[in-house]
Design a protein around this ligand. Structure first.
Ligand code: DGL
Length: 274
């Protein structure tokens, strides 16, 4: 059976990835799921993030998706591998779940010259150490520094990211990462919410430091994946439609989505089960 491509995030942040994917692959159908009722995931334990993410993946499968993109670093860090290795073979070995960390790690090796890279993410992503591990698997010569930015997701989720109060936390976390090493030439925005802070981060970031956000590189990587896997590509419907589901209020999601997208959407309700 053919189906839409599923895109999952704990909340709104995955819309930054969705939008770039939709632009890159406009003919495909997409089904977006935001678990807004239980976001943020950033401070939650492995067990909880895994359980919630598995529920979301199962729900997207039940809606006909054969391919799901976990457009959330926290869920990619804490749940993806277990789902790929332990759950998929018994749920449906023909379906696929991909994350955002691997494509980012692949991309970063071609960007940094100093080979000193900083990663900014949620406490969950940073404590998992997933970025240093994935980057060093591909590029053992790169030194990776981490800093958790626990206030950035709440600023975005509450639409406070362009207000003066946000500047304090932008400077604070940039200082946390850049003070660790003065050879860092590339910073990864390793959370799908952070592109909304990008403009304000660039205002205070030294001009010689690259800032990498994930939307485009994940979209490029997905396009490449579909090209390399024609059997999966043929299982994806292509009618240029997008549907949005949330576990919280549909109206709230529809209005907040306009902060992330420059077009209007009408969200629908999703009920996830264990
Ligand atoms: N957007 C998610 C990520 O990329 C994090 C948001 C959250 O804390 O739930 O990590």
């Amino acid at each position: 059976m053919q189906g839409a491509i599923g895109i999952f995030d704990s909340g709104y942040g995955g819309l930054t990835i969705f939008e770039q994917i939709r632009r890159k692959l406009p003919e495909y159908d997409f089904l977006y799921l935001g678990d807004n009722a239980r976001s943020p995931y950033g401070n939650r334990s492995y067990e909880v993030v895994y359980r919630f993410t598995l529920q979301a993946v199962r729900w997207l499968f039940s809606k006909g998706c054969n391919l799901v993109i976990i457009a959330c670093n926290t869920a990619s860090a804490k749940a993806l591998r277990t789902i790929q290795q332990n759950d998929l073979p018994s749920i449906d070995p023909e379906k696929r779940v991909l994350g955002v960390i691997r494509p980012t790690a692949e991309f970063i090796g071609n960007v940094t010259h100093s080979r000193h890279v900083g990663v900014l993410g949620t406490p969950g992503t940073i404590s998992s150490n997933s970025y240093p591990i994935e980057i060093n698997k591909l590029f053992p010569d790169i030194k990776v520094f981490n800093a958790a930015c626990p206030m950035w997701v709440p600023l975005v989720e509450n639409n406070e990211h362009n207000k003066p109060g946000a500047d304090y936390f932008i400077r604070k976390y940039l200082n946390d990462i850049l003070s660790q090493d003065n050879a860092i030439d590339t910073l990864i925005l390793a959370c799908t919410h952070y592109p909304l802070l990008e403009k304000n981060i660039r205002k205070v970031l030294p001009a010689n430091i690259n800032l990498v956000s994930q939307g485009q590189l994940v979209a490029d990587s997905l396009k490449d994946y579909l090209h390399r896997h024609p059997e999966m590509d043929s299982r994806c419907t292509k009618n240029s439609t997008s549907r949005f589901f949330t576990t919280e209020s549909e109206n709230k999601f529809s209005s907040m989505a306009s902060v992330f997208l420059d077009w209007t959407i009408k969200a629908e309700k999703a009920e996830l089960e264990g």
